[in-house]
Design a protein around this ligand. Structure first.
Ligand SMILES: [Zn+2]
Length: 132
C-alpha cells in the first residue's frame, strides 16, 4: 500500500501533475497512493534533487504538452528522462532498471509539498544494478 495522504492533500485515484509553467499536464493513476518514494544519487538525480514516486508506464498519461516535453538520455541511453522545454522542470522518466515503470516528480503533483513526506530513502544510482 502506498502513501495516500501528504500533509493536507489526499492522493486522488487519478491525480494530476504539472510542470512549473503549466504547459505539461500529466494524469497519474494512483489507486494505491504513491508507491516507493525515493531520492537517487546518480549523476543526474544529484543535480535535480527531485523526490520520485513509481508508477507503471501504462498508468501515466500526458494530458497536455507532449510537444514541449524534451527527452534527455545519457550513459547507457536506456532510461528516458523527460522535462518541460519551457520551464525546465523534470516531470517523469521511464526507468532503466524496469522499462515498464516510470518514476515521476512528486513535487509536480497538484497540492503536494514533497517536504511533508519526511525522511525519504536514497536509491543507490551511483552503482546502478544494470552496471554490475
Ligand atoms: Zn513547464
Amino acid at each position: 500500500m502506498g502513501i495516500k495522504q501528504i500533509g493536507e492533500t489526499i492522493i486522488a485515484p487519478r491525480h494530476r501533475a504539472s510542470c512549473h509553467c503549466g504547459a505539461v499536464v500529466l494524469e497519474l493513476e494512483l489507486p494505491d497512493g504513491i508507491e516507493r518514494p525515493i531520492r537517487c544519487d546518480c549523476s543526474l538525480c544529484r543535480r535535480k534533487g527531485a523526490i520520485m514516486g513509481a508508477i507503471p508506464v501504462s498508468r501515466l498519461h500526458v494530458l497536455q504538452g507532449q510537444e514541449v516535453l524534451r527527452l534527455y538520455q545519457f550513459h547507457s541511453h536506456t532510461a528516458k528522462h523527460y522535462f518541460c522545454s519551457v520551464c525546465g522542470v523534470y516531470t517523469h522518466h521511464q526507468r532503466r532498471s524496469d522499462p515498464n515503470e516510470c518514476g515521476f516528480n512528486i513535487g509536480c503533483l497538484e497540492g503536494v509539498n514533497p517536504f511533508e513526506l519526511g525522511e525519504v530513502p536514497v536509491a543507490n544510482g551511483t552503482h546502478h544494478p544494470s552496471d554490475r
